[in-house]
Design a protein around this ligand. Structure first.
Ligand SMILES: [Zn+2]
Length: 249
């Protein structure tokens, strides 16, 4: 399964010229990686992890590790590691999450569970519509630059209410409509197709993360971080990778 990801960051245009001079639109991805899904074995009922992470694991290896966890989960064979009181005590003094997430607040998308991870593994920010608002960007800078997460994953999901509401563009109470501004470009481009809008929104938020944060852009340039995107299917439990390629104009 190819896993699209940013190998470099998108062209940031004139706005950031001079700050991120080496970024090119061509640099955005395409370079699929071979995923090692050995953890799920050949139909075995007791999957073992033979792609265990180490401090030297590359961002691509971390991404493979995540997808292997989702495979276990979706097959109904989660290991549910790192979810006991021993692990709680082990990570009480220090956290070293290997991946950071921007996910939706939807109650059906619990990120640690669907990637079959536990305490101390993932640095997760969740907000309706998985939008890269400035507070989330700040949190994710902390998770990557300070805590060392090697993958920054934007996770949308099928049938997302925030994306659907943006497409419908009806009056909504309170501050809910404040989310719409982030999702509107995807909603427009998808011309009312919710599934397409969800995919485009993942792509747009991933690009926004890379473009709005020189910190994140720098980590990507130094190959200490990859940005990846996917859509979680509410009915199958599977995360489908999203191509983050941006077409040149
Ligand atoms: Zn949602």
């Amino acid at each position: 399964m190819p896993t699209p990801q940013f190998s470099e960051v998108a062209d940031t245009g004139d706005r950031l010229a001079g700050i991120q001079p080496t970024l090119t639109r061509r640099g955005i991805l395409g370079a699929g990686i071979a995923l090692s899904l050995n953890a799920t074995g050949a139909g075995g009922t007791s999957p073992r992890l033979d792609n265990e992470l180490t401090p030297n694991s590359t961002p691509d290896e971390v991404l493979s590790f995540l997808y292997a966890g989702n495979e276990r989960f979706a097959k109904g064979e989660p290991l549910a590691r790192n979810r006991n009181i021993e692990r709680v005590r082990q990570v009480a003094k220090e956290q070293k999450p290997f991946a950071a997430f921007l996910g939706c607040a939807d109650s059906r998308v619990p990120i640690e569970i669907l990637f079959d991870q536990g305490f101390g593994d993932l640095f997760v920010t969740r907000i309706a519509g998985n939008v890269a608002s400035s507070e989330n960007v700040g949190s994710l800078e902390f998770g990557t630059l300070v805590l060392g997460a090697k993958v920054l994953f934007v996770l949308g999901h099928t049938n997302c209410g925030a994306v659907a509401a943006t497409i419908q563009a009806k009056e909504v109470p309170g501050l809910i409509s404040g989310l719409f501004q982030y999702i509107r470009p995807a909603a427009k481009e998808a011309k009312g197709d919710l599934a397409k809008a969800v995919e485009l929104n993942v792509r747009n938020q991933a690009i926004a993360l890379a473009e709005s944060s020189p910190v994140i852009a720098q980590l990507i340039r130094e190959k200490r971080l990859v940005i990846a995107g996917g859509v979680y299917d509410l009915s199958t439990g599977k995360v489908v990778p999203i191509d983050l390629t941006v077409e040149s104009h």
